[in-house]
Design a protein around this ligand. Structure first.
Ligand SMILES: [Zn+2]
Length: 161
């Protein structure tokens, strides 16, 4: 796989992790997840989501510098375009997934918010760990494993509990 594609997949895994935590679909609370990205926040406000997004972009940009010379330049350019919009997009994506601006009826929007996409059974448990050696990472914004240099992903541990 092209290293820029691998990095794009990492970016996707972090995006899902943050949006699911913001929506209350994860076993970890929003506050815990935000703190792992270096952001102190009691609730997923647009400002907090953007701050977490900026932290992820920082990590991804640092990782990109390390792989840029080995990656397809077109994929690198595409990834850079995504990184420019990434932080500002998180609050927008969260607002859309919570259904508040979709013109849904109150009852339907409420039911959707409570059931979630797991159908109301359990929450997703995710840990940030290296896909190469499996070492868990303390800092979520680190994209490169501090032990082996492998790619670090937000990984599903279990899908229900
Ligand atoms: Zn590792």
């Amino acid at each position: 796989m092209d290293p820029a594609d691998a990095l794009a997949q990492q970016l996707d895994s972090h995006r899902r992790h943050v949006l699911d935590a913001a929506a209350g679909k994860e076993a970890s609370s929003w506050t815990e997840v935000a703190a792992a990205y270096g952001v102190q926040s009691p609730s997923p406000t647009p400002e907090a989501l953007e701050a977490v997004g900026k932290s992820i972009v920082e990590g991804a940009t640092a990782a990109l510098k390390g792989i840029e010379k080995d990656a397809d330049p077109r994929r690198v350019a595409f990834l850079k375009g995504r990184l420019e919009k990434f932080a500002a997009d998180l609050p927008v994506a969260h607002k859309q997934s919570s259904g508040s601006k979709l013109g849904l009826g109150g009852i339907f929007a409420n039911a959707t918010a409570h059931a979630g996409w797991t159908g109301g059974h359990g929450k997703i448990k995710r840990v940030i760990k290296c896909r190469n050696c499996g070492a868990p990472q303390q800092e979520a914004r680190v994209f490169v494993c501090s032990f082996c240099g492998g790619p670090v992903f937000a990984t599903d541990e279990t899908t229900s509990e």
